[in-house]
Design a protein around this ligand. Sequence first.
Ligand code: CA
Length: 221
Amino acid sequence: MQLLLVEDDRPLAAGLRLALSKSGYAVNHVEKGELALLAIRTERPDLVVLDIGLPDIDGISVLKRLRKEDVELPVLLLTARDSVEDKVAGLDSGADDYLAKPFEMTELLARLRVLERRLASMKSSEIVVGNIVLDTLQQSVSRDGCVIELARREYMLLKSLFENAGRVQTRATLEQRLYSWGEEVSSNALEVHIHHLRKKLGNDLIKTIRGVGYKVDTGAQ
Ligand code: CA
């Protein structure tokens, strides 16, 4: 999941980046509203966490402009004020959810999971790459219609590769998926999981991009 964090409070942003990364999000961070709009147009994220109080244009204005171009991108607003008026203004502007500062990290993560689920139900639950189908609702993988049993980590890695089919996923990004389960990861853990996936799904599916990471081609196999 690519998450764009728009927050000008640097200590808060640093803490959020760390916590969100540990939870498996690939986080990009900008501090200004104009930069947020530019970032979204350049590389559309899956989710946006948007602070209302920004140094240039405020988060509500960012959201209104964003919604003219992209009605579906899930946006969670952050604000220092917990007033009903702000909440209504935010939701009227097209926010999917709203969280008042200060908040618990667990609360933010829970809200983001809700947005992710909504996103998943809007899109098809199936990602197809060649003869392999990954069903994100059933959390199952099948090849030519036959279910392939994968360990949870193998499934999560494959999901990350499939969601980004055609794009290289760096080792660091993929390892974050492993760290997100809150476990220490040995230096070759990623290779071991990739090895298992290739044994189960075929050697040609996952390409090694030497020194960078891995990818699957959209039309692989
Ligand atoms: Ca702020």
